[in-house]
Design a protein around this ligand. Structure first.
Ligand code: GLN
Length: 545
């Protein structure tokens, strides 16, 4: 049976628990262990699919079509282990399932309660699908003391009692703030947080103390004494120069060794950190730089495009260059001043229009595609970005009213809703105007590539690929012919030949639009070929301008 690591956070939110969990998992993996990471989200949404990216950052989509918390993206990028639906649970999902069962009469007249019914469901989730894993890391969202997370804490408490003594470990992430006026680090918030956790019946085994300044030995000892852990189990987690330094940094502070010790494992093989050494070497020693303009909607909040941001950096790692990202609000290209687009986009070595929803900014995005096409600047359109590229080409082909039905009725629906499509499970159907939650083409779908296409060559000659989707609308295949005449090539289609998956332009140095989200599968040690190709093209462009 697997060993379980429960990761909680205290003092404040945004301590980077997700990154910490991903880093610890990657360190255990580097020692040869099979790991899996799970996220428990205490909010009442059934999944993050309907949450605004402004509030909750991006929605991370898994191969099996789950819309999950963005932390699962960190997990996957750091471990290479594909996340699944069964790796993310929310209070909303737990309650939905319990209430459905109650309505069916499954509880046979019993009173349905938080303890035991909700806590049992949480425990089942933690224990499910262990298939040969050595460690399952469970990150609890939120901060200790939140009302919402109480059932999760109780479930952990029970599990720690029910499983074997050396089968579970509690890691608590806290903050050790620096008070500039006093010139001191303060341990009290950590003490309070640990006390709060202890009052819920959970004694932490390892404390990961986030701090902006080195934690002196005396303070480390003090935390150990007051919080009832070994001094070595108080791990300083100083702010890192890059997220890619975090695994190496935590390893140097002894995190993985201490965790293994907590499980009584003394004979673990040393970690093979060569992949992380290579990633950090490439990241910190670039041989050039490029600037990419991302023309989108949620540009004020970098978390809204988390995976995209990472995938662009990975493209840089593949080419040993630093990637500067300029986030541009598409709406600024819709104003009176036509010079705006030139002044903003001219300095860019590549232009990317990312995924998105709704009409806002769409004309600005279309204008950006046009700029990239006409000026022969490398262009990458992702999901909505590919749809905008097709609309732009349709307009160039003379369909002046080309648009998407997502933005309202149009006489030229170059992009339209589909109500039926095939998936591995067979025919999928939805109604126009149906529920917004869970009605998209979601998760991994195969695409067939034309053997002689530019895209196939970037995929190493592959003619069949699998990529993740999250969209409701599709490029309308009725327009393929006129668009191809205009110069846009449909280089990838769904296996049944009905849904366009990839477009490219042979008359352009690098112009690719994809209906899927390649950024979701890129890893620092395995950059996605399309991002590697895009950044390589941007590097070429930087030599021209
Ligand atoms: N809004 C578009 C659709 O639903 C694109 C979605 C996306 O970019 N993820 O089809």
């Amino acid at each position: 049976m697997a060993r379980f690591i429960f990761i909680t956070g205290g003092v404040v939110s945004s301590l980077g628990k997700g990154l910490m969990a991903a880093s610890l998992a990657s360190l255990l993996q580097a020692r040869g262990y099979k790991v899996r990471i799970r996220k428990f989200d205490p909010y009442l949404n059934v999944d993050p699919g309907t949450m605004s990216p402004y509030q909750h950052g991006e929605v991370y989509v898994t191969d099996d079509g789950a819309e999950t918390d963005l932390d699962l993206g960190h997990y996957e990028r750091f471990t290479g282990v594909s996340a699944r639906q069964s790796d993310n649970i929310t209070s909303g999902r737990v309650y939905r399932d319990i209430i459905a069962r109650e309505r069916r009469g499954d509880y046979l007249g019993a009173t349905v309660q938080v303890i035991p019914h909700v806590t049992d469901a949480i425990k089942q989730f933690a224990l499910a699908d262990q298939d040969g894993h050595d460690f399952i890391l469970c990150e609890i969202g939120g901060t200790v003391g939140d009302i919402e997370s109480l059932p999760f804490m109780e479930a952990i408490r029970q599990l720690r009692n029910e499983l074997e003594p050396l089968q579970t470990l509690s890691v608590h992430v806290t903050l050790v703030p620096y008070i500039a006026a006093a010139g001191e680090l303060k341990t009290k918030p950590t003490q309070h947080s640990v006390r709060e956790l202890a009052s819920l019946g959970i004694k932490p085994d390892v404390l990961l103390c986030r701090a902006e300044h080195p934690i002196p030995d005396a303070e480390r000892q003090k935390i150990a004494n007051f919080c009832n852990v070994r001094r070595e189990a108080v791990i300083p987690a100083l702010d890192a120069p890059s997220i890619y330094s975090v695994p190496l940094q935590y390893h140097a502070e002894g995190l993985d060794a201490e965790v293994l010790r907590g499980f009584g494992i003394t004979d673990a093989p040393p970690p093979d950190l060569s992949a992380w050494n290579d990633v950090t070497d490439r990241y910190f020693n670039p041989e050039g730089e490029v600037t990419i303009g991302v023309v989108g909607k949620y540009v004020g909040l970098p978390d809204a495009y988390k995976s995209l941001n990472e995938a662009l950096v990975h493209g840089g790692l593949a080419n040993r260059v630093k990637v500067n990202i300029k986030w541009i609000d598409a709406e600024i290209f819709e104003g009176e001043d036509e010079g705006e687009i030139v002044s903003q986009l001219e300095p860019m070595h590549g232009i990317l229009v990312p995924g998105g929803f709704g009409e806002r900014g769409s004309e600005g995005k279309i204008a950006s595609v046009r700029f990239a096409r006409e000026r022969k600047v490398p262009f990458f359109g992702i999901c909505l970005g590919m749809q905008m590229a097709c609309i732009e080409s349709a307009r160039a082909a003379g369909f002046a009213e080309a648009s998407s039905t997502e933005f309202g009725e149009t006489r030229e629906p170059v992009v339209g809703i589909i109500t039926e499509w095939m998936s591995e499970e067979g025919l999928q159907q939805r109604e126009e105007g149906g529920d917004l939650g869970g009605t998209m083409r979601l998760g991994a779908y195969e695409a067939k590539l034309s053997a002689n296409s530019h895209t196939a060559s970037m995929y190493g000659g592959a003619t069949s690929i699998s990529e993740r989707h999250r969209h409701r609308y599709e490029v309308n295949s009725a327009y393929i012919e006129p668009l191809e005449k205009q110069g846009l090539v449909f280089a990838g289609m769904s296996p049944d030949g009905l849904l366009p998956e990839i477009v490219e332009r042979p008359d352009h140095p690098w112009f690719v639009g994809v209906q899927f989200h390649p950024e979701l599968k890129s890893k620092p040690f395995d950059p996605h070929p399309l991002f590697a190709g895009f950044i390589a093209a941007a590097l070429e462009q930087s030599r021209l301008v």
